[in-house]
Design a binder for this molecule. Structure first.
Ligand SMILES: Cc1cc2nc3c(=O)[nH]c(=O)nc-3n(C[C@H](O)[C@H](O)[C@H](O)COP(=O)(O)OP(=O)(O)OC[C@H]3O[C@@H](n4cnc5c(N)ncnc54)[C@H](O)[C@@H]3O)c2cc1C
Length: 463
């Protein structure tokens, strides 16, 4: 429980209307997109300037109060759960697009800008910011940068870290630090922007973001391919990439998701398809036509039962709507859904999905998966019920086997969702102990009193 004086000081900093302490409010900020953990903060604050963030952090640092940065709370690794109570610092009121600079192909935004609002504004200028986490309707730019988020477009355009040019970060002692700049090239010292990108809100609070933009591709074409086997479908992806054509999206949707979507919001997806690959080509109209033909030929050659371009824009939009609804459709499928995130080298995808089948058979759990297959990034889910302790423990162990299987073929513990609380116990298996020590050392330098998002990424007992 925080002292009343600290709450009053926070009210002085951000104004009374930007401080929440009601029971329902605290409950609302006790969770994020993660299925298994909940913890209430003592207070939620909504700063509107970097100076206010600075004053909050100075106060918290002096009083040793934990501060959990939060955007929209859509992350699925426990990153914005205030596991030690204290202050939730929510950036959603810092939602201004400060500059769109067409000549320099960049934009400067506040952290609370919602990704979809950003991209709709950019589209009016013929520009786009490619990283497209499928929570784009709600997630904020601060969360996107802090998770180094990815999405379908990343197979061609890369993830968030490839777009961050500059950051303004408020450090634990309240110092407002500017790093990076406005130029696409910058070799001044260490790549500190990269350090804060993907730091899961543990090193400082990002108060301003400068990102690189791209001109909107003049033409796009969506394709779909039906396969009756997952390993054949993912092998076809390797053949496409090896052929020299790079689709702008290659997404994998399984039959479970197709059925869930058709049950809840019928769209006319092929119910009989065991696996659906959704692909997109983009670029100049001529290049798109040629790429589309090449991709469709390769899909057919490598096992697709059906491969065709979307009939029209409406059908293309329907396919992408189905894909973006996919993860959410999975979430509602059971009392507790362990929805995970691993990435494997793309030429190992088929081996990995065959291993998923074996793990499913051995454990008795149905393993559903979908994801950004073009990046080797899949989201395996297990349906369980946290209230059934025995079953839940088995589900967790089965998920651990899946992580192990991914790492065994040269993959990583997280492709895009981060470690947060959810995967801490696997970190030692996934990283060199020296690398973990280096991360802890960096944290100590930047946040010696461990007030910013404490208890995340690594297990504290090992500190
Ligand atoms: C249905 C669904 C689909 C998703 N699809 C994808 C996907 O395709 N790709 C993908 O990468 N992710 C995906 N995600 C995960 C998540 O939506 C993204 O990571 C997103 O970028 C998080 O943004 P947010 O604003 O919700 O951040 P939050 O969840 O609020 O925070 C995420 C982390 O960032 C920190 N943070 C937030 N703002 C700041 C700040 N200003 N300064 C410092 N730290 C900060 C928090 O402490 C936390 O650790 C999905 C989630 C859901 C629920």
């Amino acid at each position: 429980m925080l002292q009343k004086k600290i709450i009053n000081d926070l009210k002085k900093i951000v104004g009374k209307s930007n401080v929440l302490t009601g029971r329902e409010d605290l409950a609302s900020y006790s969770y994020d997109g993660t299925a298994t953990q909940v913890h209430e903060p003592d207070v939620v604050v909504f700063p509107t300037t970097a100076q206010e963030i600075s004053d909050i952090l100075k106060l918290a640092n002096d009083e040793r109060v934990p501060v959990t940065p939060r955007g929209a709370g859509t992350n699925v690794s426990g990153g914005s759960i205030p596991i030690k109570g204290g202050i939730v610092l929510c950036t959603t009121k810092m939602n201004k697009i400060l500059e769109i600079n067409k000549a320099n192909l960049l934009a400067i935004v506040e952290p609370g800008v919602v990704l979809q609002d950003f991209n709709l504004t950019l589209a009016q200028e013929g520009l786009f910011f490619p990283p497209d986490p499928q929570s784009f309707l709600g997630c904020t730019m601060g969360g996107v940068v802090s998770e180094n988020a990815g999405g379908p477009y990343c197979v061609k355009y890369g993830v968030t870290k490839q777009y961050v040019l500059g950051l303004e970060v408020v450090l634990a002692d309240g110092h407002i630090m500017k790093i990076g700049g406005l130029t696409p090239k910058n070799r001044t010292g260490y790549e500190l922007c990269m350090l804060f990108t993907g730091a899961e809100g543990t090193l400082g609070v990002i108060s301003k973001i400068t990102v690189r933009l791209l001109p909107m591709p003049p033409a796009t074409k969506t394709m779909m391919a039906v396969f009756d086997k997952a390993d054949v479908a993912v092998e076809a992806i390797s053949h496409i990439l090896a052929s020299g054509v790079v689709p702008s999206k290659i997404e994998f949707v399984d039959n479970f998701v197709i059925r869930r979507i058709e049950e809840t919001t019928p769209m006319g997806l092929p119910l009989e398809a065991k696996v659906l690959l959704l692909l997109q080509a983009d670029g100049s109209p001529t290049a798109v036509e040629a790429d589309t033909q090449q991709i469709l030929d390769l899909l057919k050659k490598h096992g697709a039962q059906e491969a065709r371009a979307a009939k029209d824009d409406a059908e293309a939009a329907m396919f992408w709507k189905a894909r973006s609804a996919g993860f959410a459709a999975v979430f509602g499928a059971a009392h507790t859904v362990l929805a995970e995130d691993v990435a494997v080298p793309r030429d190992k995808l088929s081996e990995f999905v065959r291993r998923l089948d074996e793990i499913s058979e051995k454990s008795g759990f149905f393993i559903q998966y979908l994801g950004h297959a073009g990046d080797g990034n899949l989201h395996p889910s297990i349906f369980t019920d946290i209230r059934n302790k025995e079953e839940f423990a088995r589900a967790e162990e089965t998920m651990a086997e899946i992580f192990e299987a991914a790492m065994k073929v040269g993959g990583v513990l997280s492709g895009e969702h981060g470690i947060g609380l959810e995967k801490q116990r696997f970190l030692k298996r996934a990283m060199d102990p020296r690398a973990i020590d280096i991360m802890k050392g960096i944290k100590k330098i930047l946040d010696p009193n461990n007030i910013i998002n404490p208890g995340k990424i690594w297990e504290e007992a090992t500190t």
